[in-house]
Unconditional design. Structure first.
Length: 107
């Protein structure tokens, strides 16, 4: 995969996460074609220049913990709560219910 393609794929996948749902860095990496690149997916999301248009706040850690966010964790939590996603003690409440999974390799 040429440089930059993975990052563009990650951002495109983040745009496809439905409102009121979350997915994981690992799920994004898998859907982008590199299941072992969860950290690289997080780095690509951290470089997102349009954090509201590309809703990277909807991407969390595999255990439901919030993880980082370019605009700060408090902002990420506020954005998630605006979408009806409850966050308790740094984790998405009802994580299994709120979790979005892409079908097979999405890109």
């Amino acid at each position: 995969m040429e440089p930059g393609v993975f990052s563009r794929n990650v951002l495109a996948l983040a745009k496809a996460i439905p409102w009121g749902r979350v997915t994981t860095y690992a799920e994004i990496a898998r859907a982008a074609g590199n299941p072992r690149a969860a950290r690289a997916a997080g780095n690509a999301l951290n470089k997102n220049l349009r954090p509201i248009h590309v809703p990277c706040h909807r991407v969390v850690r595999s255990d439901g913990r919030i993880g980082g966010y370019l605009l700060g964790v408090r902002k990420k939590i506020r954005l998630l709560e605006k979408e009806g996603i409850e966050v308790r003690r740094g984790r998405v409440a009802d994580f299994a219910k709120r979790r979005f999974r892409f079908r097979e390799k999405a890109i």
